[in-house]
Ligand binder design. Structure first.
Ligand code: NAD
Ligand code: MG
Length: 391
């Protein structure tokens, strides 16, 4: 029986994780759950999975939950302290890190520091603090299992192989909803257009990141730290069918890939039960029914966010944390109708350009850079919004 803490249980990854837990009740038990503001869904999850402790963002939210659950209420905490308590509970074997954004960093790091294995969906943890996280993982001897489908594919394609035999990692990208959209037509796409991902059903923020291809940029940074591979050995190929989830090229020319239907349950389940596989009830991959599998170079002119991520990685130190925070602010501004789609990259570029890179010695530097970048990016976004360039 593996005892789980699920950070971000009400989101897309959190809900899929709990579906797996429900299907394998003799293998998993839920000890803690955390959520942002979706109290109704969290209440349902508490009634069903009976965690001993939960946390939400605000004290008011915690109070509302206590009132609604009455005698059925577990211990209900709030704020970052609440998240950290739910990440570090001594009964937990593994944390599923599925909060969206940089908000996932502190509780995920706390889980690692308290010796928990982590199933990592929150890529922002590695993007913002990669070297600190991997050092802590090594020091504490815990294991980090990727949930992101590309990284799970690479992880699976490297099992049993030596790292020094790897020549290149090839991350696949669907290309998102605007893969074939000419630049001129991308300017005035709406949030609804951008949220309509062709292959995957995901949370709002990562869906916009897929449309700008910043998601792939964040994944390049994630791969750099997760697999300890230099950026020049990480390539991105556009693969619209989302069947080949990523590939590893070896020094003898062999290329090993992992394939499957696009469903996050496969990588989530593998992270939860490694090295075992769970008999998931998913439709099989119909290889003969696939008409073709295609691969292409990404277009950095139409998708500048991908290039910005490589730039931030080359700048090093606090730069990826700044890239990430500026992106979160810009995505929010786009979703609120404040800035046009193509200005997401402008906000990030301007914020990065104004940043004085610092070395990463401690998580506090990451948090300071994140705060600075949010303020800076907000100012840039407001300026763009006021510049009358909206659609
Ligand atoms: P989501 O928006 O659906 O869910 C996010 C969860 O985090 C929710 O439970 C929400 O309540 C909680 N949350 C949000 N802000 C919070 C805050 N400030 N403090 C505490 N909790 C907060 O997101 P998602 O699509 O499930 O993605 C979660 C993570 O997994 C992201 O880092 C994303 O990049 C990664 N990921 C998602 C997918 C996918 O298919 N959805 C695939 C690969 C990786
Ligand atoms: Mg991914």
């Amino acid at each position: 029986m593996k005892k789980l803490g699920i950070l971000g249980s009400t989101g897309s990854i959190g809900v899929s994780t709990l579906e797996i837990v429900a299907d394998f009740p003799d293998q998993f038990e839920v000890v803690t759950l955390t959520a942002g503001n979706n109290l109704t869904r969290l209440e349902e999850q508490i009634r069903r999975f009976r965690p001993k402790m939960v946390a939400v963002i605000s004290p008011e939210g915690a109070e509302t939950l206590r009132r609604r659950l009455g005698a059925d209420a577990p211990e209900i905490l709030s704020g970052v302290e609440g998240l950290v308590a739910c990440a570090c509970d001594p009964d937990i074997d593994m944390i599923v890190s599925a909060i969206v954004g940089a908000a996932g960093l502190v509780p995920t790091m706390a889980a690692i520091e308290s010796g928990k294995d982590v199933a990592l969906a929150n890529k922002e943890t590695l993007v913002t603090a990669g070297p600190l996280v991997t050092a802590a993982v090594k020091r504490l001897g815990v294991r980090l299992f990727p949930v992101d489908s590309e990284h799970s594919a690479i992880f699976q394609s490297m099992e049993g192989h030596r790292m020094d035999n790897v020549r290149r990692l090839i991350l696949t990208a669907s290309g998102g909803p605007f893969r074939n959209r000419p630049l001129a037509e991308m300017r005035c796409v709406t949030p609804a257009d951008a949220l309509a991902h062709p292959n995957w059903s995901m949370g709002r923020k990562i869906s916009i990141d897929s449309a700008t291809m910043m998601n792939k940029g964040l994944e390049v940074i994630e791969a750099r730290w997760l697999f300890d591979v230099l950026p020049e050995r990480i390539a991105v190929h556009i693969h619209p069918q989302s069947i080949v989830h990523s590939l590893v090229e070896y020094i003898d020319g062999a290329v090993i890939a992992q394939l499957g239907i696009p469903d996050m349950k496969t990588p989530i389940a593998y992270a939860l039960s490694h090295p075992h596989r769970l008999p998931l009830n998913l439709p099989p991959l119909d290889l003969c029914g696939l008409r073709n599998l295609t691969f292409d170079e990404p277009d950095l002119e139409r998708f500048p966010c991908l290039g910005l991520a490589y730039e931030a990685l080359a700048m090093g130190g606090t730069a990826p944390a700044v890239l990430n925070a500026a992106n979160e602010v810009a995505v929010e501004a786009f979703l609120n109708g404040e800035i046009p789609f193509l200005e997401i990259a402008s906000v990030i570029r301007a914020t990065l350009a104004g940043h004085e890179v610092k070395n990463l010695e401690h998580i506090d530097e990451v948090l300071r850079a994140d705060l600075w970048a949010r303020k800076q990016a907000r100012q840039v976004a407001v300026k763009i919004a006021g510049g009358g360039q909206a659609c």
